[in-house]
Design a protein. Structure first.
Lengths: 251, 249
């Protein structure tokens, strides 16, 4: 039995799973904008929404955080950089290093925003099959005749399909290298190089095999896409999200 | 009637290596053929010409009387292919979505797709798995899923490339049982393997390849004696002077 990456579609029956994918994309855009424009109260509200959605749809949070560990490190670096470089009232001073109150607040705000966007993105991937994402992208691009909608939608669908494949390859390659005591090498550059070269090679090989298998089953851009249906629940969710976004932007 | 006709087929890879060298082959509809040979003998290269995944450098391949080069989509519908690595054949995020992948490519409507998928899953005994994630299935179940993904296209020929690789004994039996049932249902079966032990009792024709050529072609009992010359191990039962028995008994 294979252990799968959590950043992939998990079948389910939650409200999140039942929402129309076009609405989910809209919600993701609205949440991202409100998050960027919102302050601490707005982010608190979005976090409450996030918690409610997580409790209801039950994504694999534990393994999700494991996948997100590098992103969390990035957030930590952003926070440190903000704390050290933003001028303002001194909070802590050790030798030449000064941490300001403004820096701490602005760092926390940025990290919180990015975390909320990433978590909602994770929930979107967790609850949406790539075929539906492809169909929705095609639907959104259809009015723009000059944009090759089918082509772009196919590429996006394949990218989403490939995220778990690449993450799995990375995990397997890292485990194989740990089994050969790579952790004894402390130089991070050496470790990244040793991981990335076989990972890129294996990803291309895997992509090659997948393409052959897809071709053998007659894959082309012109295929029956899933039917997209907007229901009452989608419109209710849209109204709630619009109200919440407007309120966050105002306050 | 011949379902597959290969005339004077040669294939040269982009690096100049000759993969296939003047292959002539006819396979009757409803036959159960085993294609054996050492690694690099050209087995996979040959079968990839059957549905246009590879194009001949010289020669012609016909499926059910129509050239594969002229209509590769028809060939892909008629020749279902089960690949060596079941994982890389999985395209869908659920068992249902994976099986539906082929009919979606045929641009069937959703009702037809649902019917076909339900029927294919029933044949391989996986109806209860429809909402599961395919990557979490066992090896034997993944192979059965691959078979369902092929059956849903309603093919006439089913080609299995090393279908027993990395399967445990119950897995081998599950897959073998499925292949034999499909043959009994009237499908033409082509199995590629270098492990003849598992399948020889069921086939009616054995073809051995070496260096891109067909070096032996006939009844399994007639060929098995000198197959080790070509890098294919003869079944253990044969070496002991016994009849090769089915793994299903």
């Amino acid at each position: 039995m294979a252990e799968l990456t959590s950043v992939s579609f998990h079948p389910g029956t939650s409200v999140l799973h039942r929402l129309d994918v076009r609405f989910k994309i809209l919600f993701l855009i609205m949440i991202s904008f409100s998050s960027i424009g919102g302050g601490f109260i707005g982010l608190g509200l979005l976090s409450a929404l996030l918690t409610a959605v997580i409790l209801h749809s039950r994504p694999p949070l534990k393994s999700g955080f494991k996948e997100f560990r590098f992103f969390l490190i990035l957030l930590l670096l952003i926070l440190i950089a903000r704390m050290l470089t933003t001028p303002g009232a001194v909070l802590i001073e050790i030798n030449a290093i000064t941490i300001t109150r403004q820096g701490m607040l602005s760092g926390l705000l940025i990290c919180w925003r990015l975390l909320i966007i990433a978590m909602f993105g994770f929930l979107f991937l967790f609850s949406t099959p790539s075929g539906q994402i492809k169909a929705a992208v095609e639907w959104f691009l259809r009015p723009f005749g000059f944009i090759p909608a089918k082509h772009i939608a196919t590429m996006m669908g394949l990218i989403v399909r490939f995220i778990p494949v690449i993450l799995n390859q990375a995990k397997e390659t890292a485990e194989a290298q740990r089994a050969r005591c790579l952790e004894n090498r402390k130089n991070p550059l050496y470790r990244i190089t040793r991981l990335s070269i076989p990972l890129i090679r294996r990803t291309f090989e895997q992509a090659d095999r997948l393409i052959v298998a897809m071709e053998a089953r007659g894959y082309s851009e012109n295929r029956s896409d899933p039917t997209l249906n907007a229901n009452r629940i989608d419109w209710i969710a849209l109204l709630i999200l619009i109200g919440m976004s407007v309120w966050i932007m105002i306050i | 009637m011949d379902i597959i006709e290969i005339k004077n087929l040669s294939h040269r890879f982009s690096d100049g290596t000759l993969g296939l060298d003047q292959i002539n082959l006819r396979i009757e509809a409803g036959a159960f053929v085993v294609l054996a040979g050492a690694n690099g003998s050209g087995k996979t290269t040959l079968i990839r010409h059957l549905n246009g995944l590879l194009q001949p450098s010289v020669g012609c391949v016909k499926v059910d009387g129509v050239s594969v080069q002229k209509d590769p989509m028809r060939a892909r519908r008629l020749v279902g292919m089960m690949f060596q690595d079941a994982d890389s054949q999985i395209v869908g995020e659920t068992v249902y979505a994976d099986v539906a992948f082929g009919p979606e490519n045929l641009q069937l409507d959703q009702d037809q797709i649902r019917k076909r998928v339900a029927s294919a899953l029933k044949v391989v005994g996986m109806t209860a798995f429809a909402d599961q994630r395919p990557h979490l299935l066992s090896g034997g179940e993944k192979r059965r899923l691959s078979i369902a993904g092929i059956l849903v296209m309603e093919p006439k020929v089913i080609v299995c490339d090393e279908p027993f690789t990395s399967l445990d004994y119950p897995g081998v039996r599950q897959v073998l049982k499925q292949i034999v049932a499909l043959h009994q249902a009237g499908h033409t079966i082509v199995v590629i393997t270098h492990d003849l032990e598992k399948v020889l009792a069921h086939c009616d024709r054995l073809i051995i390849m070496q260096k891109g050529k067909i070096v032996r072609d006939g009844l399994p009992g007639e060929i098995v004696a000198d197959m080790e010359t070509f890098g294919v191990r003869a079944p253990c039962a044969f070496q002991l002077g016994m009849e090769v028995r089915s793994w299903l008994n």
